[in-house]
Every structure is written in C-alpha cells, then in structure tokens.
Design a protein around this ligand. Sequence first.
Ligand SMILES: C[S@@+](CC[C@H](N)C(=O)[O-])C[C@H]1O[C@@H](n2cnc3c(N)ncnc32)[C@H](O)[C@@H]1O
Length: 309
Amino acid sequence: MATEAEKWMNLPQDHMVRSTKLPWYHQDFEYKLKPKFRKLLEEWSGIAPEEVVPHIQRVRDVAWHVFPWPCIGEFWFIEQGLLRHPDYSNILKRITTTTPPPKFLDLGTCLGQDVRTLTHDGASPSTLYGADILPGFRDAGYALFRDSDRLDPSHFITGDIFSDVDDLGKTRGTWDIIHIAMFLHIFALPEQQAVSRNIMKLLKPVPGSTIIGTQTGSLDAGELTLKPPFCEPGEHKTIYRQNKDTMKELFEKAADAAGLKVNVWTEYDEDEARERAEGRKAKGDEWEKKERFFAGDKERRIFFRVDVL
Ligand SMILES: C[S@@+](CC[C@H](N)C(=O)[O-])C[C@H]1O[C@@H](n2cnc3c(N)ncnc32)[C@H](O)[C@@H]1O
C-alpha cells in the first residue's frame, strides 16, 4: 500500500486540488510583502530589489507543483510564522548566545523560511535543521533562498513524523528546540495525538527543551469534515481544530505519555483576529473569503510554547 508521502508525491498533475483557479491560489501578494521578508531575499539570498516580486511568484509556482498546500497558494511563507511568534526574540537569543548552541528543528519546514529567518538574524546554520515528508520542498527552498552554498542539504531531513525508523525518527531524543508552524492542524484528532507524542519523543528529554509554534484553531474546538478537493468525492476525511485549552491538554497528555514534566502556554494571535475583523469591516466578506479562505468568526491562530521542566 502506498504511504501518504507516496500518494502526495504521485498526485496526478490534473488533480482538482492542483487547480490554479482555486480561491486560495492567490495571483497577487505584493501588498502583503513586508520589509523583513524583502530584506531576507535581498540580503541573505542576493536577489535584486526589482527581482524580489517576480522571484517569489515564480518559486511559489514551483512549490505549488511539489504539493499544493493551501498555505503555498496563499503565500503564507512570506509571513515568516516564527517571526510572528511572541517568543521569537527569546528563541533567537538562546540560539545565538548559548554555548554550544541548541539544536533547532523546524518540523514540516516546507520552503524552510523559518530556518532562513533565523540565519538572516544571525543564527549559525550549523545548528539549524528542517524536516519535511516531501523531499521536493528542499530544492524549492534552495530556489527561493539561493543558499545551497551555506545550508548543507543534510540539514533538510526527509522524514515522516509517524515513522520510528526513518531519518527523522532516528533523531529522537536529540533536539533542544522544535518549531512547528501550520502543521498539527492538517491532521484529524487521533493523528494529532500521535504526532504530538512523537514530537515529544524527538525532544531531548531534559529540562529546558522547548517546543514552540503556531497553528490554525478555533474558539470552538471541534472536527471539520473536509470536502473535495481536500478529499476524493465520496471519501470521509476530517481534520481537528483545537482551541487554546484543548491545545494545552494535547501537549500535556503527550508529555505525560513521554514521561516528561512540562509547562504549556497557549494563546490566540489576537493581532491576526483584529486585522481580519478590520479587513472584513472595511472591505466586506469578499475580502475575507479571498484573504483568509479557511477562516471565519471563530477561527483563531494559536501560539504555543512547551517547556520541559
Ligand atoms: C501546511 S504546511 C506548513 C509549512 C511551514 N511550516 C509553514 O509554516 O509554511 C505543512 C508541512 O508539513 C509537511 N508534512 C505533512 N505531513 C507530514 C509528516 N507526516 N511528517 C513530516 N512532515 C509532514 C508538509 O509537506 C508541509 O510542508
């Protein structure tokens, strides 16, 4: 039987989820390109200022071809999820000032923008790693950031968080900091429980090890039934939206299962909710449908941080 990764890698070229007519495949993004990402491409990647916009557009299409995650269609990667996290400066400080530097893993790294955000802000590439189930994203990331001369390919691990034995599974117990952005919410609840337990196993089981991240959630936790094109017609598939309390419980239970004592902090990204409400008010429902196709009144991004005690 084909694994999930094989199914994704062999997704037919004419599959409906690849369509560039889907509402989350945005045509323009320049208005939301912030100076920080522009600087990353200009300074870290050496892209000429006038080339930045067409370059992002071109590589977004390459990434969409690897696998059409909605966040790629929506240009989420230019937002630099880790940079938005309230703990970003603490994490950066810890990576840049501790000796030896903590080993950092960006799980579900996709184009690897969060790893590059850290290198651009002064972290040593030698301590930073990304992991993704789809190997095609490593090259798409190199195409975006033009840094294969500075980030060794061995620092982009191809692995499945469900596997005990692949190249990612083999790193269990070795990571000081694990970052996960827009990752857990792609799974149904039982899978989120298994994934969170496996993330705990990846951590170095000592006080001070940390998990941080961001994901989509809802004020009302619950199951969402997917519709085509996210499943095949007639197939029953669900994902689960956590709220900040259930998210906390998810990590506490996972830590318990791993025999770890943890402190878990979760909070909504209220700035995002405010921006969305203001946009809706000023520009109408159509704006929200375009900008945040998957959001609604109750949706909230959740920030989290788990510290091993
Ligand atoms: C929604 S994307 C988010 C990517 C990135 N963290 C960001 O914020 O832009 C989720 C990523 O997780 C990867 N992924 C999905 N299932 C996985 C698994 N079982 N193990 C490892 N990575 C996986 C996907 O290929 C994809 O790149």
